[in-house]
Design a protein around this ligand. Structure first.
Ligand SMILES: Cc1cc2nc3c(=O)[nH]c(=O)nc-3n(C[C@H](O)[C@H](O)[C@H](O)COP(=O)(O)OP(=O)(O)OC[C@H]3O[C@@H](n4cnc5c(N)ncnc54)[C@H](O)[C@@H]3O)c2cc1C
Length: 328
């Protein structure tokens, strides 16, 4: 049993940023262990991506099949479990994304092994096993999870944890084509079609800067002030569940326990009270700035910088200042 596997997510012909980050981090872990790193790519018509990955990893395990055009835990999970049984990796890492959070628990259960979700760091311990760091109880404690016996050691890692490095080397890794396990009759959920939203913005989970507003924004007609600030900072707009429940924004923009977990370099919260269900999604942001009119709003407990005041005055003032500073 040896080797680190990185499960690579792809969408619309492109490898997701979090997977490239994991390959960057995985290479460092592999060299500490003196083992190989392999990439695992599942999908349909993924040949060009496999070629790209072969420049970054010692081996690329590929399933390229129409059944894998859309993700389903049944197809991906069953085939991945089969690959793990065949090739025996000691570590399997994936992104803490909607897909990773669905697939990895499924797979860990099928493989009867250990799994740490939503990690904010992975290091190697003295016993050569991984130490997976993960926030628990809404970020109140950081737990170090170890896997004394379970193999493979499985973890999903949040975006923006491992710095993205240039990985391509002259040497080319081996591409190993693997037959899928099962057929269409074993897939219990079927995607008829996927509709793409043309937002043109980086996804919340991968954004370096996120600007969010909560119920304090008062209504959907006021979100333009947040959009304007986001435009100047090249940021992605996020929100709270209260706003989504009011149908002021799409669920795709929701941050938190039942939304997206984000780890941007800068998170700015306007009119967000800081309920634990929300802060669970932001607690590994590098810098948090909060603006709320209530001095005792919980969000200030999480903020590196806080302003007590009216967001309707502060947001346009910040936009104007950033515009000026960034144009200089
Ligand atoms: C099972 C479960 C899952 C949940 N999942 C999520 C989740 O994923 N994400 C999430 O966000 N929530 C989630 N929630 C809901 C969560 O508990 C809170 O209700 C929600 O986060 C509150 O949203 P809010 O901060 O926008 O609204 P509020 O709590 O109403 O806060 C609004 C804030 O705006 C401030 N304000 C008002 N006017 C102004 C102004 N002019 N200028 C400045 N500040 C102003 C107020 O002082 C207040 O602090 C979940 C709840 C449950 C039960």
């Amino acid at each position: 049993m040896a080797g680190i596997w990185i499960f690579v997510e792809q969408r619309d012909g492109a490898i997701r940023k979090v997977s490239m980050e994991l390959l960057s981090g995985g290479r460092a872990l592999a060299s500490t262990l003196g083992e190989d790193m392999a990439a695992v790519l599942l999908g349909y018509q993924v040949g060009p991506m496999a070629e790209k990955l072969a420049k970054c990893a010692a081996r690329v395990y590929v399933i390229d099949d129409p059944l894998f055009q859309y993700y389903s835990a049944d197809s991906y999970g069953e085939s991945l479990a089969n690959m793990v049984h065949t090739y025996d990796p000691s570590i399997l890492l994936g992104g803490s994304t909607f897909m990773g959070r669905d697939l990895f628990p499924w797979l860990a259960s099928r493989l009867a092994t250990g799994y740490a979700a939503d990690c904010t760091d992975i290091t190697i311990g003295d016993d050569k096993g991984i130490i997976a760091k993960r926030p628990m109880y809404g970020g109140k404690v950081l737990a170090d999870v170890i896997f004394p016996q379970a193999r493979p050691q499985m973890a999903t890692v949040r975006p923006n944890v491992f710095p993205l490095k240039s990985l391509e080397e002259a040497a080319t890794g081996e591409i190993i084509h693997v037959e899928p396990k099962g057929d269409s009759s074993t897939i219990r959920t079927k995607v008829e079609r996927a509709e793409k939203k043309a937002t043109g913005k980086v996804d919340l989970t991968e954004a370096d800067i996120v600007v969010a507003a909560g119920r304090g924004i008062k209504g959907p007609e006021n979100f333009h002030i947040i959009e304007e600030l986001a435009e100047v900072l090249n940021a992605t707009v996020g929100t709270t569940r209260a706003v989504v429940d009011n149908q002021w924004r799409d669920h795709n923009d929701q941050i938190g326990k039942s939304g997206k977990i984000i780890s941007p370099k800068l998170y700015m919260a306007f009119g967000i009270s800081g309920a634990i269900h929300h802060t669970m999604g932001i607690d590994t942001s590098k810098v948090i700035v909060a603006v709320d009119k209530k001095p005792n709003a919980l969000i200030f407990d999480y903020a590196d910088y806080g302003i007590v005041g009216d967001l309707f005055q502060i947001v346009p003032a910040l936009t104007a200042e950033f515009k000026k500073a960034l144009s200089e």
